[in-house]
Structure formats: structure tokens, C-alpha cells
Design a protein around this ligand. Sequence first.
Ligand code: UDP
Length: 412
Amino acid sequence: MASINDYKSIAGEEIIEEIQKLASFLKGKIIQNINSTSVGGGVAEILARMIPLLKETGVDARWDLIKGDGKFFEITKKIHNALHGMNIDIPEQDFKYFTEVTERNLKEINFNGDVVFIHDPQPIGLIQVKKRPGHKDKKFIWRCHIDISNANARAFNFLKKFIDNYDYSVFSSPLFSKKLTIPQVLISPSIDPLSDKNKELSPETISGVLEKFKIDPSRNIVTQISRFDRLKDPLGVIDVYRLVKKYVDCQLVLAGGGATDDPEGMEVYKEVVEKAGDDKDIFVLNLPPESNIEINALQRASTVILQKSIKEGFGLTVSESLWKSKPVVASGVGGIFLQITHGRSGLLSKTIEGTALYVKQLLQNASYAAELGKNAREHVRHNFLITRHLRDYILLFIKAGLETRENTIFLE
Ligand code: UDP
């Protein structure tokens, strides 16, 4: 695993030195992260790298998970979709069950952080511990990775009574938030350029992965990497591919896997397999967790990468692809707007026809594709690398954790 000093050549020496200096202000403080899954999806992806890097800088960072059963995660998936603005009816008994599972987790989790950093809606109710004996001096931060600006009112109102009790909230973009009674901090997510998911790979490793999946390296490869989730529109991706294929030869790779907190994955995967039918040029890959090298290789081997999401939080897969200098065609939704400036660092379209047109253009014009890819990598270098994120989080923890101490003043 890469060490903090290895990032100097990518992010610059000064930023690494600054991170180390800032981290020293957190000596003796415990930063406790809590979310709902250790694998699958962007939150786990970030925490898996953020925690070791924080530890290396001397911060006592910890990571706990809430426990929930299938029914709980079906409910939280409904809440997730409703927060994204989908018109979903969530019955009262679902909220009741959510509260019961939260109560169980409140009993089981050892709240040992000076700063308790809660990620996303699934564990949001843990804030109730603040009112219990022994926790009043802790600071609680809610990290929302979802665009809740158009949230379904019923789902949002249920969560709001928890949100109001946090000390801070963190959103990825100003466009994602709502008017809240608590302070809001803006921190966008990031990718780790030295992780297995994003590090440079040898041509042999890339061709080995293509061979394993029987993908032809001599032909165009159009790829979308995402959990099998309707909001990532994998069926729409197949429509795009079929339209493109009328004009330009290509293969389609739809690779994804599940997350333990997403119960819909298998159902959506089956729908995708059915729609792909017997087309030998469509590769629907249900990857096990920890397929980081495979995903890295598939992204690097692709001619064009798609992210046809209907709704999106940040969309780490976009930054992962941009960092690999790939031309990306994505929908202009959620955090994708932060990552792609249309015509400069990628192309944006929400429709099947528009997306197909752009894919066709890129497949037919390699120099245009290369120019977009070059800009894309620089955009990620300046905005979405883990070193920037690490610095932002440390500053937030200092502000939250030391707020009552005199030396807070140095941050103001
Ligand atoms: N991912 C993965 N395996 C898969 C599908 C996705 O490791 O089968 C990773 C992907 O590379 C990215 C993250 O999971 O790092 C997904 O994050 P994103 O923000 O794109 O979407 P989310 O799943 O959080 O909605």
C-alpha cells in the first residue's frame, strides 16, 4: 500500500508537509468513522484509503460499521432513491423499522470518537447517542454523499430531525444541499491515484485482464463500470451501444458488482443479462469485491467510457476514468457536473441518442478523444485527488475537535 510520502511526486511536496503539520493538531483525538458497508460503492472506496492515510499521518482514525438485515437495507435503498428525488412511497412501518435497527446499533457500537463522522443516511440516527450520558463533548458530523436538493419531502423530513442535531454537515457540492439549521461544509470526494484501482498498470496486466474476460483488444471497447443499479441506467447503456454499433464497430463492457447495503443489485444484473441477450460483443461482468486491478485494467483498455447515470452522488467512476486520460461521455447529473466540463474534460448528454452520437464521434476521432482525455487528467489532478481530500478532512476535524480550545483561533 502506498505511503503518504509516495504522493509527493503527484501532489507536490508542500501539500504533503502541510498535511503532516495539520495532522499534528489532532494528536490525542480519536476520529471515528461510521458507515454501512466496507465494500462496494464510493463511500467504502474512499474510507478504505482515507483511514490508512490518516493513521499514517498520526491521526487516530477508526472505522466502524452499522449492522442491518436485508429488510433494513431495502428500506435504506428506498430512502436513498427518494432522497435522489424519486417519487417513492415509504410506508410508516419502514421508518419504524429503520428506527428499531438504529436503536440496536446504538446499543452495539462503542462510541469512542472525539469526532464521530457518520457517512450517508443509513447510520444517520446514531446521532441520538449525543443526548445520552458521556457523549456531550463529542462532535458529530454528518457526511452526505447524495444530492438531496430535490429530495422527496417525506424521506427528507424523516431524516431532518436527525440532521438538526449534528454539529456539522458535509456535502460534495453546493448544488446538493438544502437549507439546514446546522453549518454546512463543502468537500468533494476524491480518488487515490496510487491505489490498485488507479495506479499505472503494465500492458501485460491489462492484456491479461482482457484475455481473462475474452474481450478483443484490437477492437473498440466502450465501458461503464458501476454497481448494477437502475439509477446508473445500465439498460440505457445497452441502447446507446446498439445505436452506435449501427455505424461503428465496438464491444460493450458493463462491469459492476454488489454492495452489501444495496439489495437490488442481483435483480438489475439479471435484467441487464436478459437485455444483452446472445450478443457476443456485450460483456456483462458481475465482479467480486476487491476486483480493483480488473476495474483499473478495464478502464485503461477502454476506447470510450460511459457514465449514463439518471441520478448520481459524485460518481467516483468518472474521476477514475478521467485520471486515466479516457474520453468520458456522461449524463449531466449530480457530481458529474463538477468533474466534466462539456467539450473540454469530457462530453455530457442525458439522452440515448445524444450519448450515442458522442460515443460515435469519439470512436471516429482519436485525436479529439485524446485531447479530452489529456484535459480530463489535469482536471482530476487539480481537484479530485485524495491528498486534497485528506487535507480538507483534517481541517474539518481540527475545527470540530478543537472548537472548544483556545487554539481554534488559528483556523479562523
Ligand atoms: N466499484 C467497484 N466494483 C464494482 C463497481 C464499482 O469497485 O463492481 C467501485 C468503482 O470503481 C468506484 C465505486 O465503486 O470506485 C463506485 O463509486 P461511485 O461514486 O461511482 O458510485 P456509487 O456506487 O457510490 O453510487
